[in-house]
Design a protein around this ligand. Structure first.
Ligand code: CTP
Length: 428
């Protein structure tokens, strides 16, 4: 065990050290050994800020979590079957507390059977050496690094390495995780690990995961700092093809994926709109937007995409090509035509459209659309107003609203009174 107290003091914020000291005090009162594990330890050694504390207790993790909750006036949510507890502190931050445990997998991708154990066995069930280190919180201000599998040296040399040959078979999610950490830290998946990973991909172990677990992993990957590197790596390792079988280097629109990041940066700078599309959703849509219809439906089935997500993508796929065709014509468009071109698309699809046909002209259309036309298009008159003006409800209402929207976006109508005049002179 290596004393890393000075590193902890150098790198952690004062509040974090106070918190760790308080945890040590509680551990000594309750006569249990407590360890910080996983990503926190890895990021501490890499000098990367990480506020997510994961604690492992040799003893009863759930009752230790409850004790901490009492001390810090927090609350807990526990899962007896896993021996885990989420502690929420007053500032809304979380600490995950778990009983040290060992895991058995009855078959590949199964949920593991769990038994309380020691920190050693708890570390041995983990994914990669760099994630399998712990810090023993010994006495106040005295912290020891436990590194049984060579995590520190792999961190130094930049390797993602599994702990044993069955790791990807036990949990095929680790295939995604290996790529995520490799790309995040600019590391390299170590050769034997890569070979085992390729064989797991070839043997279709991903198919044993539920759609939800695959989506969760994809979402995490696409939320990384530079998702295109991860997508490219998934493509190189033929992983992309496992959940989107028809994506091949031929029909996969790599040039669009490549440009998403710069479009998102541009949007952030230019647009005043709130609620920019979440990054992972733009990349996710990017994977499917140009895919052929049959292939897309196969992916929907494979991923068990929730209806809300599959309908969102279907709708965007329906309007995307037509909008692209109109933009490619390079005609000057009236404001209402620009509005029509984008309004049927989600904001994620607008980003992709921009990535597909990036030009000054298209940029200015997008800027006008989000910053002006969306607001201008809000009609003040309602169906009730039209009826009060003597109109019969029916399909004509849609025509009236469309004409009003065009007039507002084109600057011909600017107020409710002007809308009334517009309807009187055009529809009554
Ligand atoms: N872990 C694992 N196998 C998995 C998922 C998690 O062994 N399939 C272990 C790893 O030790 C990991 C820890 O559980 O470090 C916590 O998991 P998670 O929060 O997903 O990962 P972090 O390492 O904290 O990564 P991130 O920085 O992305 O939060």
């Amino acid at each position: 065990m290596k004393n890393i107290s000075s590193l902890v003091k150098e790198r952690l914020k004062k509040e974090q050290i106070v918190l760790l000291d308080a945890i040590v005090e509680m551990a000594s009162i309750h006569n249990v050994s407590v360890y910080v594990v996983g990503g926190f330890v890895r990021d501490l050694l890499l000098n990367i800020e990480n506020l997510d504390l994961d604690l492992v207790v040799e003893g009863n993790g759930i009752s230790f979590s409850k004790t901490l909750a009492e001390k810090f006036c927090g609350s807990t949510k526990s899962h007896q079957e896993f021996g885990t507890s989420k502690l929420t502190l007053q500032d809304k931050s979380h600490i995950d507390v778990a009983t040290a445990r060992t895991e058995y997998y009855s078959h590949s991708a199964a949920l593991p059977t769990i038994e309380p154990s020691s920190i050693k066995l708890d570390l041995a069930r983990r994914d990669f050496t760099v994630n399998s280190m712990a810090i023993k919180l010994d006495k106040q201000g005295v912290f020891f690094l436990i590194d049984i599998f060579g995590g520190e040296i792999d961190l130094k040399n930049g390797f993602i390495r599994i702990l044993h040959d069955l790791s990807f078979i036990d949990d095929p999610c680790r295939i995604f995780r290996a790529i995520r950490f490799e790309q995040r830290f600019n590391f390299r998946i170590e050769d034997d690990t890569r070979d085992l990973m390729l064989s797991a991909i070839e043997n279709k172990l991903i198919d044993q995961l539920s759609g939800q677990r695959v989506i969760n992993e994809i979402k995490l990957i696409l939320n990384e700092y530079d998702p295109k590197k991860c997508v490219d790596r998934m493509r190189q390792l033929c992983l992309l093809q496992t959940f989107a079988p028809e994506i091949s280097s031929h029909d996969f629109n790599w040039s669009v994926i490549e440009k998403i990041d710069s479009v998102l940066i541009w949007l952030e700078r230019i647009l005043s709109m709130s609620g920019h599309p979440p990054k992972w959703r733009v990349y996710f849509l990017g994977l499917f937007i140009t895919m052929k219809g049959v292939a897309f439906e196969k992916s929907v089935k494979r991923l068990h995409l929730p209806i809300k997500i599959s309908n969102w993508i279907r709708l965007d796929r329906k309007f995307f090509d037509e909008s692209k065709r109109q933009l490619d014509e390079e005609k000057e468009l009236k404001p209402s035509q620009v509005y029509d071109l984008f309004t049927n698309l989600s904001s994620e699809a607008v980003v992709l459209l921009l990535a597909t046909c990036f030009s000054e002209r298209v940029c200015s259309y997008v800027e006008l659309y989000f910053n002006q036309y969306c607001e201008l298009a809000k009609i003040k008159l309602t169906g009730d107003d039209l009826m009060k003006m003597g109109m019969q409800p029916g399909p004509t209402f849609n025509n009236v609203f469309k004409a009003l929207r065009d007039a507002r976006v084109n600057g011909q109508v600017a107020s409710r009174d002007e809308e009334v005049i517009f309807v009187r002179s055009n529809f009554l």
